[in-house]
Design a protein around this ligand. Structure first.
Ligand code: IPM
Ligand code: MG
Length: 403
């Protein structure tokens, strides 16, 4: 049904490890709940496939402002850098939302992306067949939707300086800076070409070249890189028109590459196709390699959702699927990643639904409305059932050392 994002050839060790060291960052709002669910699934996968995790819990975000007075301490960034991968919940707390505040929890997320050199954010968008009815988009349009949004993550308006409000004789004025170096554009564009090569070989580059200089350089660089990938078909789309086509004909897209803010916006839009923002995982990666794959940070694309925090109603599936991406990209365990993805599909096919997934359709016969932890349990049960079937058929490949 879906095309998993193809990891690059990382030159990783042939034998995956028995123990992985993970930095776990629950963060704010629903972060701790969805991470708890995700951890249970990862632990279960380790039991079933014969490996384990060492978890190093790190406080970053509003919780760190509460505990230490800063959104992120240097030593916590260092702990994330030292781990094999970072498993991340969400950041953001309305308590710190004062627009005049100099320090905000989100700054930690940006500093972490920058500090770990995670220049590419990979956001796969697929639609679970049983959730087609949960999307407000007509079901017939969702057939064949399988795209990967590659969002540039450490440049553009998010990091350009100056970014400030100032007083002038004419009143307040404000500036944000959209700046990209050629190198920043080229590395993410090349990665997107590589990823397209491992999928359906179609790349859509999204920009606003009819208005922005930055977009014109972006487009030029895509054209410069294109000859190195003659097997990949490339198209350019303007972001406004692309936003429309994403809903009108979503199955057209394979890999989309775009700058930071456009990618932020388009990926939330694309999540509507999947039925809920609570379904979409992400991986943020850069140049750094570990013995088992790329170093990376794995997080659901949704935020901290403070309005539903602490109520055990948040959908943990995006976090669970982010765990699968971590196994595939950072930990050298693609078969385990697939097993978790299949277990998510199976739990949904069994009728398990968190409230966000019921909201669109109302409760249907055969559906079981469950909370965060019960949904994670349903995935664990499906994972165990899948593994025991495979044992019957000759044992799970990875435990048997087949990979
Ligand atoms: C995301 C989020 C973040 C972003 C916020 C929380 C800073 O929306 O990961 O998409 O804008 O990058
Ligand atoms: Mg966003």
């Amino acid at each position: 049904m879906t095309t998993p994002a193809q990891p690059l050839d990382t030159g990783a060790a042939a034998e995956p490890a028995a123990t992985y060291r993970l930095a776990v960052v629950p963060g704010d709002g629903i972060g701790p709940e969805v991470i708890a669910g995700g951890r249970r699934v990862l632990e279960a996968a380790g039991r079933l496939f014969g490996f384990r995790f060492e978890w190093h819990k790190v406080l970053i975000g509003g919780v760190a402002m509460d505990a230490y007075g800063v959104p992120m301490r240097d030593e916590d960034l260092a702990a994330c850098a030292a781990a094999d991968a970072v498993y991340f919940g969400a950041i953001g707390d309305p308590k710190y939302d004062d627009p005049k505040a100099k320090v905000r929890p989100e700054q930690a997320l940006l500093a972490m992306r920058k500090g770990l050199g995670l220049y590419a954010n990979l956001r796969p968008v697929t639609v679970q067949p049983v959730l087609r009815g949960s999307s407000p988009v007509r079901e017939s349009l969702l057939e064949g939707v399988d795209m990967l949004i590659v969002r540039e993550l450490t440049g553009g308006l998010y990091f350009g300086k100056p970014s400030e409000q100032r007083d002038t004789p004419a009143g307040r004025e404000v500036v944000d800076t959209l700046i990209y170096t050629e190198g920043e554009i080229r590395r993410v564009v090349k990665l997107a070409f590589e990823l397209a090569r491992g999928r359906r070989k179609k790349l859509t580059s999204v920009d606003k070249a009819n208005v922005l200089s930055s977009s014109r350089l972006w487009r030029t660089i895509v054209e410069e890189v294109k000859p190195d990938y003659p097997d990949v078909t490339v198209e350019h789309r303007l972001v406004d028109a692309c936003a429309m086509t994403l809903i009108q004909r979503p199955a057209l897209f394979d890999v989309i590459v775009t700058e930071n803010l456009f990618g932020d916006i388009l990926s939330d839009e694309a999540s509507v196709l999947a039925g809920s923002l609570g379904m979409l995982p992400s991986a943020s990666i850069g140049e750094k390699r570990t013995p088992f794959g790329v170093h990376g940070l794995y997080e659901p694309i949704h935020g901290s959702a403070p309005d539903i925090a602490g109520k055990d109603v948040a959908n943990p599936l995006a976090t669970i699927l982010s765990g699968a991406m971590m196994l595939r990209w950072s930990l050298g365990r693609p078969a385990v990643a697939e097993a978790i993805e299949a277990a998510v599909g199976a739990a949904l096919a069994d009728g398990y639904r968190t409230p966000d997934l019921v909201a669109a359709t109302g409760e249907q016969p055969g559906q079981k409305k469950v909370g965060t932890q019960a949904m994670a349990d349903a995935v664990v049960a499906a994972l165990e059932a899948g593994a025991s079937q495979k044992v019957g058929a000759g044992g799970p490949g990875e435990r048997a050392g087949a990979r």
